[in-house]
Design a protein around this ligand. Sequence first.
Ligand code: 2M8
Length: 442
Amino acid sequence: MTDNNYVSTEQLRTAAIEVLRRNDLGTMTSAAPDLYPHMWSWDAAFVAIGLARVDVPRAITELRTLLDAQWSTGMIPHIVFSDNDTGYFPGFDRWGTAGAKARPAGIKSSGICQPPVHAIALRHILDRGRENGGADQAAAEQFLRESFDGWLAWHRWLADVRDPGRVGLIEIHHGWESGFDNSPRWDGPYAAIQPGQLDPFTRRDILHVADVSERPDDAEYAKYLWLVQQMASVGFDDKAVQDIVDFRVRDVFFSGIMAASTWVLADLADEIGRPEAAELREVAKRFRDGVDSTVSPETGLARDYDVLADQWIATDTVSGFAPLVAGGDPRLLAHQREILQGSDWMGFPGLRFALPPSTSPASAAFRARTYWRGPVWPFLNLLLGWACARDGQDDLYETLRSESLQQLNDLAFGEYYEPFTAEPLGSLAQAWTAAAALEWLG
Ligand code: 2M8
């Protein structure tokens, strides 16, 4: 780890660009050089936001590659595999998506999805293109028109297939769909899963981190793979998966992103004269209301819902701030901002930077070094900052920005950070962390 709290803005920018360059596989960016040698869906959206600051056409390519992998149902898969078939487990073969009818021929992908940050990334690309003018503007505007139907199909699939009861909450079928893989949010649902006969497996992720305790353990992985095997057994058919899968949870943070991003897509629809803007606003409103309906009167935090157990999941995790991402009711948002800046979160005594840990250090479930159970995730702070800017919350935006830039000043571009020491953990040179730095720099 370097101890250089004093690098200049230009040094940080140069280093972040270099990380994206090193992860650039041509038409996709690997999420990290060794640990994640493929494209991940929500990572790609953040990467596109960062790339748009330096190279608008390359940012467009990133989203175009992802969209090329869209299934005929509208789903955008959570991993688009690169040609590196040795570096990551589970790879394409283990996913069992080869026989999935909806997967486009010739493009190797997983069979689940991740939160839909993409329309937000598209907005950034358009804004940067217009700032630059000329060819960048033309390319960004052309890409919006050319890709709009793909994003529309994605949001419609989520709204219809993943919210069948129209409650305004997205149902997920794997912790990986949330992006918060081993968060305490999923302890209850995973505790109820007893893996059946599972093909043997050898993990590769633990080869790429300094300390295995920074990753989920083998028992957790067995459950992750069991769910994949269940979905593969029915060819990743949407309806059949919902009938048989052992993990069915309404994910409030995914839903908050759905609300925010659908709103952005509605505005983009208006800009190009598409009639679907009204439909999209209806959907966005449904998800805002859905997210709001989960807020615990005791804690003020939003909750997930375990469909199979028929119960709320209340945890002190950063996903509790889903309403801040979704936007909406000003009183609820003001209360949430107060909690976020309070002593259980950004104001927790001893934090190296005033940035929210993924689990509150005040919670019994908090683990300072373990992945989604406590460390600070820089890309999430960018998302919270974006929502603050949208809502005119300039002070909180500035705090998140300046604390984030200090955190990222170590030039390690860690996947996640120990909240009290700011040690970078997981993978270094993580693409979306570098992208977050570029976007914060502006
Ligand atoms: C992590 O998830 C992947 C599985 O999807 C893994 O651990 O192998 C999560 O942090 C997820 O949110 C992220 O998109 C992905 C790539 O950065 O890594």
